[in-house]
Design a protein around this ligand. Structure first.
Ligand SMILES: Cc1ncc(COP(=O)(O)O)c(C=O)c1O
Length: 395
């Protein structure tokens, strides 16, 4: 059957690919330890599940408004105001089937053929592919571990061309867990203002910040920056609700309305029952969010400390999210168990097949020489996985 050029040019998500392979191996009875997944290992809190049962009993099983139920939009507004002091109107919101879907709506609404978006690498795997699918081009600006993955403003400036329409900020970031400091955000806001660019700020990890630090959104800097910023958020990571598929964008009203029109043609509303569950998440008790965050923080401390004991592995302590992003370049160019390992992909494949540990190669995030290890798993699994890593790397 004919396949379009568009479909042919898009690689499958590497993170989903590694997680799927690990699951297949587990189904074959192999005891694979997964450091590949980007989702909480906690169950969705009970009061949220109860809200979904009640929504079904109350008959909320029909189409809703395409851009989401008004109560959920109001809840998003209230939570953002309470947590970070940002004020929006409900009609600036479009609720979608996950943050990923909110992002695809943004690219569809924003980009014309050939438009460029500045993306900081290491980047979340889906950004370049999503931008490409909407006719745009991701222009990457590299950041490095020695600077805590903060971009150099001079490099951002030189990446701007007449085709640039937007800068994408993901703070806290996947895969590095990095947080952009106030100065960095101010520099990005200044570059956006000088060139009249839209800022897309993906803040899906904003509730998973450690060491008592507070979230700083680029939209909090000043009113002008807020007016040119589109926020992306959702319930997946904060409330352990990845499967429910609820996320949203917050943008100037005309942009949010257009995004809602696109969604009305593509998918109509996100799942009605999941919207009521998300409503319960945002309006119910928030101690579950803090409790999960505290657990991630403990796991991070244990994992990073133990990982640093391994020879040839250098690792920053991520201030947020649930990933370690160690530099493993010292192990490239080696021969392990008779296999030549020259790339992070080859190392990840070797670790999966020989060590039964699934990881994601840095190359998937635009950063060769690194691996992403998720600590959204038990300390027991982290301990066993580290032992296997040590054995597989023969160190
Ligand atoms: C940086 C980032 N943004 C957005 C998403 C999308 O999350 P979801 O579609 O589950 O809401 C993810 C998921 O891994 C992510 O890591």
């Amino acid at each position: 059957m004919k396949i379009s050029q568009r479909a042919d040019n898009i690689p499958p998500s590497a993170t989903v690919g590694m997680a799927t392979r690990a699951k297949q191996m587990s189904r074959q009875g192999l005891d694979v330890i997964s450091f590949a997944v980007g989702e909480p290992d906690f169950a969705t809190p009970e009061h949220i599940c109860q809200a979904a049962y009640q929504a079904m009993e109350a008959g909320h099983t029909k189409y809703t408004a395409a851009s989401g139920i008004p109560e959920l939009k109001e809840a998003v507004v209230a939570r953002l105001r309470a947590e970070v002091g940002l004020s929006y109107d409900a009609d600036q919101i479009c609720i979608s089937s996950g943050g990923k879907h909110a992002l695809t709506n943004i690219w569809q609404t924003l980009l014309d053929e050939g438009d460029e978006v500045i993306v900081f690498a290491p980047y979340w795997v889906s950004y370049p592919a999503q931008i490409q699918l909407s006719g745009g081009r991701a222009v990457t600006v590299m950041t490095d571990a020695s600077r805590g993955f903060q971009p150099d403003p001079a490099e951002v400036r030189s990446a701007v061309t007449p085709q640039t329409v937007a800068i994408l900020v993901n703070s806290p970031a996947n895969p590095t867990g990095a947080i952009f400091g106030q100065e960095t955000l101010q520099e990005i806001a200044a570059i956006a203002a000088e060139n009249d660019l839209t800022i897309i700020s993906d803040e899906i990890y904003r509730n998973l910040i450690f060491d008592g630090r507070q979230h700083l959104s680029i939209a909090m800097l000043d009113e002008e920056t807020k007016a040119r910023t589109i926020l992306v958020d959702g319930v997946s990571k904060s409330y352990a609700m990845t499967g429910w598929r609820i996320g949203w964008l917050i943008a100037p009203k005309d942009f949010a309305t257009k995004a809602g029109s696109i969604q009305s043609q593509e998918t109509h509303n996100p799942c009605s029952i999941a919207q009521y569950a998300a409503l319960a998440a945002l309006t119910g008790p928030q101690d579950c969010v803090a409790a999960m965050r505290d657990q991630y923080e403990q796991r991070r401390d244990f994992f990073v400390e133990a990982l640093r004991q391994l020879e040839g592995i250098e690792c920053n302590t991520p201030p947020a999210a649930f990933y370690l992003f160690p530099d493993i370049s010292a192990h490239l160019g080696r021969s392990l168990a008779g296999q030549q390992i020259d790339t992070s992909l080859q190392l990840a494949e070797y670790l999966l097949e020989q060590g039964l540990i699934s990881t994601v190669p840095g190359s998937a995030f635009g950063a060769e020489g690194f691996l992403r290890l998720s600590f959204a798993c038990s300390v027991e699994d982290i301990k066993r996985g580290l032992q296997r890593l040590k054995t597989a790397l023969e160190i």
